[in-house]
Design a protein around this ligand. Structure first.
Ligand SMILES: Nc1ncnc2c1ncn2[C@@H]1O[C@H](COP(=O)(O)OP(=O)(O)OP(=O)(O)O)[C@@H](O)[C@H]1O
Ligand SMILES: N[C@@H](CCO)C(=O)O
Length: 293
């Protein structure tokens, strides 16, 4: 038996659509696997009632296939599905690490990225790696078709999750197919600023690089209260605010000591819009960890 804790993640970070990701110190999924002749999946925890236990519909089913590693799998969800916090990816990353150990497959964490990403294709139609990479490797990650680079950044974050669901599949439909050269130049500048900020663990640069004129404005329209929450977080001291992954979670970069005020401001703004929400005072954290084997 192997048990793995796999963290929630925040993908895109505004300027890095389908490329940037960050592991969050909390929340997380816990995945336990035991050898079996036939794969069975049991899901408990937050939002378990919305998650298929059929291996064909669950992200971990694709990981089992890719590793040829049938198992009884128990997923204890700490990351709510359709949250923008890499819920589907956390289970896939946890299963990839656990099954790799259980069957002694010998893959490195980097090699597990495309394997865990197969699970993302099951739920969103695209095997994007920007959530599974940070959940596997920890820190801030940059994923391209050539592979993944990670930086052990230390930046405090607040993630505010409204009590509404946005599926990644739906949120990908609003992504523009084209962009102007001006918007691309602005995005590249912001992405480069954010990456330098991550290398220096500098929340000011990270926040400054989070804005994006192409994808985020379209995604923000799907989140009731987004503009007010964005402005409230900045007024409370956040250095930058954007949609987390495909939403509806909203992520704010923070300086040390400011997270409590920022979390309260974001919750108040969602409440003003009649939306219940919860806030995680979190930070960029480590990747999946083996708890027991
Ligand atoms: N193990 C799993 N954990 C969570 N969701 C799963 C899992 N397997 C399948 N799903 C399905 O995936 C969908 C949620 O994934 P989706 O990508 O939309 O949200 P997310 O992973 O929280 O968000 P994001 O990728 O934007 O961070 C739901 O329809 C859910 O039923
Ligand atoms: N890059 C993906 C992440 C989903 O969490 C998207 O924004 O659609």
């Amino acid at each position: 038996m192997v048990t793995v804790r796999a963290p929630a993640t925040s993908a895109n970070l505004g300027s890095g659509f389908d490329v940037f990701g960050a592991a969050l110190s909390r929340p997380a999924d816990v995945v336990t696997v035991e050898r079996a002749d036939r794969t069975t999946i049991e899901v408990t925890g937050v939002g378990a009632q919305y998650i298929p236990e059929d291996p064909e519909g669950n992200t971990v089913g694709a990981v089992v296939e890719a590793l040829d590693a049938p198992a009884h799998i128990h997923i204890d969800k700490g990351v709510r599905p359709a949250s923008g916090l890499g819920s589907s990816a956390a289970s896939a990353a946890g299963a990839a690490v656990a099954l790799n150990r259980l069957y002694d497959r010998g893959y490195s964490r980097e090699e597990l990225v495309p394997i865990a990403a197969e699970g993302e294709a099951v739920v969103s139609g695209v095997a994007h790696s920007d959530n599974v990479a940070p959940s596997l490797l920890g820190g801030f990650t940059v994923t391209t078709t050539d592979g993944t680079h990670s930086v052990d950044a230390r930046v405090p974050l607040v993630v505010c999750l409204p009590d509404v669901a946005v599926s990644t599949r739906d949120a990908r439909r609003v992504v523009p197919e084209t962009a102007s050269m001006d918007d691309l130049v602005e995005t590249v500048g912001n992405a480069a600023t954010l990456a330098v900020g991550m290398c220096r663990s500098d929340p000011t640069l990270v926040g400054a690089g989070m804005s994006d004129p192409i994808v985020t404005p379209e995604r923000a329209r799907l989140i009731t209260g987004y503009d007010a929450v964005h402005d409230a977080a900045l007024a409370a001291g956040a250095t930058g605010v954007t949609v987390s992954g495909a939403g509806p979670a909203v992520v704010a970069a923070c300086r040390e000591g400011s997270r409590q005020a920022i979390a309260a401001a974001m919750l108040d703004a969602f409440a003003e819009a009649d939306i219940d929400a919860r806030a995680y005072q979190t930070r960029i954290g480590r990747g999946a960890t083996v708890l027991e084997e």
